[in-house]
Write a protein that binds this ligand. Structure first.
Ligand code: GLA
Length: 713
């Protein structure tokens, strides 16, 4: 029974494996948040359930921690709901009017708390779905307009989270930009508001809808951390507000900026899911909860990622069947399982200036159609995959010449071109139908097992192009809803096809798109050292099981840095392994070494896909980065370690492992041919493993396997 209503105190208790979440209805009828943290006896928190006033200037202090509230009355904190009724009233007073519990067991129970405005038939249903074993709660808000006229919705958050009073608050989040995504930041929150958001039409590389909050003392391995992630791939907002009375509230949902829309009579709006959780064991504990949740509840498939080859960095737009056949032959020799042709195979796509929108195979590049290549790829035991960017159009394309009115545009303005392209208004039913139709044709006519779905520009001039029309700003919402519907439909029509989310690298990754995408391209930056920090930041919120990483050329184009092949492989083996180098130029020795790494990867990838990840050391703190992946019962692990630069002769370093069985015996062995040794789990975790790293930019892969009698049984 994870959800209990304590009638005598009007108190709701949501219980997960290692956390309690409590709120109730106070004497003023306000739905008040009470507690979130380690399990406690719920009824003993009832003493907190009371309205509080400080002065006429702060007449309703309890509303700063309102479980969900409208903008109305004496409430000034970031609201859950802001609306204007048809008669011009702009005051929302949500009154508690009951609850229902659906489902029966630990995995299926869901609480709906019903609120309604005091005068108007505007109803809000707050939904809470505990994900018991992961200590998470999925929340969302559902609005229903029972009025006989439309209500203008100016802000509707998926959830408001409050964290009980801490002496201090520290926010951890990610920031970045193209080719530099998922950079971690941590900073204290003083009184006021900190907003993380996207106004660009997609999730964006500059921020990601995930937060972690602690009192400033939590570490990777210890301390209390509260966190949440919003499942939305369009404009989003997380507002973290620390009040002068010491409370903190995190409001999250679709961004209200330019986001007002009319909710018609009888209409319903359901917010995206905002999942929140509590971890008592530091940031590592937090990430592992999120990873398991994604693997078990979100990801459409759970199998380890296939080793792929992608020809983008090798050929860019100069795609032709002869070169592709040669690359495919080389890829097969490396043990690649999925061969992917990137941009440049269609229409008049010889550069980024033309062809987007014309999704037919270029006959000059493939005189015998795609089948010649697909046949060869399959004959060599690989699957075939293809790149598409369905939401975009180049002005120089047949599609744009036929449908210039399909793009986002305001009637009196020229549209802004970014990367020489416009964005299609996917909210239009005819555009949605077009995308679904050409994708269906593509996947029906060719033996394609994988689609990399890209989006290479932000939204600008978000209008439908019609003049005078009261263009409701919900174009922002419709784009995302239609995108999700298209992906859902394609997955239903082609269940054997896997999908990758990509947006100029990692600009559209969130728990919304990850319900449809099997894997994610997290950055166009393939420099294996930069990748360590991008990948590390990514894993704070997202699972390594979906994180695609390629081995590319040395020197790498981004920084001009030359890293050894071993380093490039080790860095890329920490997620879904891909190869994106011009392997036509690799020497016999490089080919042989690469094939060996691919072989090792296939032996350990079940740990990447299903294991628990421990971040052992970070380049943010020292010149060593190390990450470990362990299976559920601590029977097997793999460790990747990287030394950035050695100086002053160096001293012997030891790396303490985690997640092993203390009394079990493990064999530890590198992939560099050095002799292995046997130690107890306790020794490996507390005394540590001597790190055999010397030099600059060197790396080590360590395999740890239980070898005692219990393991053999
Ligand atoms: C984006 C992607 C790249 C590649 C190019 C092709 O930048 O992130 O991986 O597919 O587009 O134009």
């Amino acid at each position: 029974m994870p959800i209990i209503y304590h009638e005598n105190h009007r108190l709701f208790e949501i219980r997960t494996a290692r956390a309690s979440y409590l709120f109730g209805v106070n004497d003023a009828g306000t739905l008040q948040h009470l507690y979130w943290g380690e399990p406690i006896h719920a009824e003993e928190a009832a003493e907190l359930l009371k309205s509080r006033s400080h002065s006429s200037f702060d007449a309703a202090v309890d509303r700063e921690t309102e479980e969900y509230g409208g903008w109305g009355g004496a409430s000034y904190a970031e609201p859950g709901l802001k609306a204007t009724f048809a008669d011009g009233v702009r005051d929302v007073r949500l009154i508690y009017c009951g609850y229902t519990i659906e489902g029966a067991d630990e995995d299926g129970e869901e609480l709906a708390v019903h609120l309604e405005d005091a005068q108007y038939a505007l109803r809000v249903e707050l939904r809470y779905k505990p994900i018991h074993r992961h200590d998470l709660i999925e929340r969302r808000a559902i609005l229903r307009n029972g009025e006989t006229s439309p209500v203008r919705i100016e802000q509707v958050m998926a959830a408001l989270w409050s964290v009980g009073r801490l002496p201090d608050y520290r926010l951890t989040h990610v920031t970045g930009r193209w080719a530099g995504e998922y950079q971690l930041r941590s900073a204290p929150l003083t009184e006021g508001k900190k907003v993380l958001e996207s106004r660009r039409g997609f999730t964006g590389p500059h921020a990601n809808p995930w937060f972690a909050l602690d009192d400033g003392s939590a570490s990777e391995t210890a301390g209390r951390v509260w966190f949440g992630a919003l499942a939305w791939s369009g404009n989003w907002k997380l507002a973290l507000e620390r009040t002068t009375f010491g409370g903190i509230r995190i409001a999250g949902g679709v961004n209200d900026f330019d986001g007002a829309f009319a909710l018609a009579e009888g209409e319903t709006y359901a917010s995206p899911v905002f999942v929140g959780g509590f971890a008592a064991g530091g940031f590592g504990d937090m990430s592992r909860k999120l990873h398991r949740y994604q693997r078990e509840e979100i990801q459409p498939t759970r199998a380890p990622r296939k080793v792929l080859y992608n020809s983008w960095e090798a050929t860019e737009f100069a795609v032709n069947v002869r070169d592709q056949l040669a690359l495919a032959e080389r890829a097969a020799k490396l043990g690649v399982e999925r061969y992917v042709v990137d941009d440049g195979w269609f229409g008049e796509r010889h550069s980024d200036r033309a062809g987007l929108g014309d999704w037919h195979v270029n006959a000059e590049k493939f005189p015998n159609g795609l089948e010649e290549l697909i046949g060869a790829v399959k004959e060599q035991g690989m699957e075939f995959g293809l790149w598409v960017e369905p939401e975009s159009v180049n002005p120089d394309s047949e599609l744009f010449r036929r449908h210039p009115d399909w793009i986002y545009r305001f009637p009196t303005r020229d549209g802004t071109q970014l990367r020489n392209q416009y964005l299609l208004n996917l909210g239009k039913p005819e555009v949605k139908a077009f995308v679904l139709a050409f994708m269906t044709e593509l996947l029906s006519n060719h033996d394609i097992s994988f689609i990399k779905w890209d989006m290479n520009r932000t939204v600008t001039e978000p209008g439908g192009g019609e003049s005078g029309a009261d263009e409701t700003a919900s174009v922002w919402i419709r784009h995302v809803e239609h995108l999700y519907e298209i992906w859902a439909e394609l997955r239903a029509r082609f269940p054997h096809v896997e999908f990758e989310t990509c947006a100029g690298g990692g600009a559209r990754i969130d728990l919304g798109i990850l319900r449809y995408a099997d894997q994610a391209w997290i950055s166009d930056n393939t420099d294996a050292r930069d990748r360590l920090s991008i990948q590390e930041g990514f894993t704070y919120a997202y699972s390594p099981s979906v994180m695609m990483c390629w081995v590319t050329e040395a020197p790498n184009g981004f920084n001009g840095r030359s890293l050894p092949l071993s380093y490039r492989f080790h860095s890329a083996m920490m997620g879904g392994l891909g190869i994106g180098a011009d392997i036509g130029r690799w020497s016999a020795e490089e080919m042989e070494a690469a094939a060996r790494y691919v072989g090792v990867y296939k032996e350990i990838r079940h740990l990447i896909a299903e294991g628990d990840q421990y971040r052992l050391a970070s380049l943010r703190e020292s010149n060593i980065a190390a990450y470990q992946y362990v299976d559920a019962d601590g029977g097997e692990a793999v460790v990747f370690a990287f030394l950035q630069a050695q100086s002053f002769g160096g001293t012997e370093r030891r790396l303490r492992l985690r997640g092993l069985v203390p009394d079990a015996l493990y064999e530890v062995r590198g992939d560099d041919g050095s002799p292995g040794f046997v130690r107890h789990g306790s020794t490996l975790m507390h005394l540590g493993v001597p790190l055999a790293l010397r030099g600059d930019d060197v790396s080590w892969l360590l395999r740890v396997k239980r070898v005692d009698a219990t393991a053999a049984n």
